[in-house]
Design a protein around this ligand. Structure first.
Ligand SMILES: NC(=O)c1ccc[n+]([C@@H]2O[C@H](COP(=O)([O-])OP(=O)(O)OC[C@H]3O[C@@H](n4cnc5c(N)ncnc54)[C@H](O)[C@@H]3O)[C@@H](O)[C@H]2O)c1
Length: 307
């Protein structure tokens, strides 16, 4: 089976590409390389995953890349909440128009699509844990662009596209770009420089952190299972406060530091953790990497990445 991964030279894309390759799949990565990391490109090379330089905004490039492909994992997107608040149109163009091209091309070529969406579609939760039936009320252009991407995929599903949409919560692991990094990568960078992690807000906000290898496994299960047109949360189902995360990171690094506090970041959600019973039931998904283990392994990596 051949899988094409858009955004395949990004954090989640390249980890998934290598994971699937190691499981015996034929894999290719598709990326315009504008926000890829050198680390990801090197790892693709090392694992002999072909990298097609192309843009999802070009239907022609996509159609060409789809030759012989059975499943597309669509992970290409701009991903910064903060940046999206300043450049909303850029986010809608890239993430929505780009997804429209991917969905249309997959529909035309009868290729199954795994759309990588985000917990950002939910906005501030009305109840916890967040199940897939929770109303979608995004509070950033980024979250709205991911929701509009979902709607675009659903639209093409009514015209015959087969898809699975995965709403990822906070993903961490090796190879995350420092420019648009999640909180764990930012904390790691500070710790490696022997500086205290900076917490935005009071630190009582919660997140559901999932390791990128568990995400790759969820993607593999979505590729394999005979699931059609389902939307699933991918997370651990376990909340952690940002303060606890900062303290855990400091403790694992054996440093005598105390986190410092800065003003809250606009567009940040207060609490977020998932109900993952649907993914467990339909995919047989069971995240395996606990946070302490994931943090320890990340701390062993000597350097952080830059784009
Ligand atoms: N990182 C997380 O915690 C997280 C959480 C939820 C959802 N997601 C989703 O996962 C996906 C991947 O995120 P990531 O963290 O790997 O981001 P990333 O920035 O590391 O990777 C995205 C990749 O997409 C490429 N790309 C962007 N626009 C493109 C275009 N027009 N054409 C071709 N390539 C393009 C970039 O060059 C980059 O290599 C995104 O769709 C994001 O919304 C990520």
């Amino acid at each position: 089976m051949k899988v094409l991964i858009t955004g395949g030279a990004g954090f989640i894309g390249h980890n998934t590409a290598v994971y699937l390759k190691n499981q015996g799949y034929e894999v290719a990565a598709f990326d315009n390389l504008k926000r890829a990391t050198g680390y990801a490109v090197e790892r693709l090379k090392m694992h002999r995953v072909p990298l097609i330089k192309g843009d999802i905004l070009s239907l022609r490039a996509l159609k060409k890349a789809l030759a012989g492909v059975d499943v597309v994992v669509h992970a290409a997107a701009y991903i910064s909440v903060e940046e999206s608040l300043k450049k909303p149109a850029m986010y809608f163009r890239n993430n929505v128009a780009g997804t429209a091209n991917v969905a249309y091309a997959c529909m035309r070529e009868s290729v199954k699509l795994i759309y990588i969406s985000s917990a950002a579609v939910y906005g501030n939760p009305a109840h916890l844990p967040i199940s897939e039936s929770h109303p979608a009320n995004p509070i950033s252009p980024y979250g709205l662009s991911k929701l509009m991407g979902e709607e675009t995929v659903n639209f093409h599903a009514r015209r015959g596209l087969k898809h699975v949409t995965l709403r990822l919560f906070n993903v961490y692991g090796p190879g995350q770009s420092s420019s648009y990094a999640g909180v764990i990568t930012r904390f790691m960078e500070r710790i490696r420089a022997n500086k205290p992690p900076i917490i935005h807000g009071d630190g009582q906000q919660t997140r559901d952190f999932i390791h990128v290898y568990d995400v790759a496994e969820a993607i593999k299960l979505s590729v394999e299972k005979r699931l059609e047109n389902e939307t699933l949360n991918i997370a651990t189902g376990t909340p952690l406060t940002i303060r606890m995360l900062a303290e855990l990171t400091i403790n694992h690094a054996n440093l005598n530091l105390k986190p410092t506090f800065a003003k809250p970041r606009p567009g940040d959600i207060k609490h977020s953790y998932a109900d993952i019973s649907k993914a467990k039931r339909l995919l047989g998904f069971n995240p395996k990497i606990n946070l302490e283990q994931g943090l320890k392994e990340l701390l062993k990596l000597k350097t952080c990445l830059s784009s």
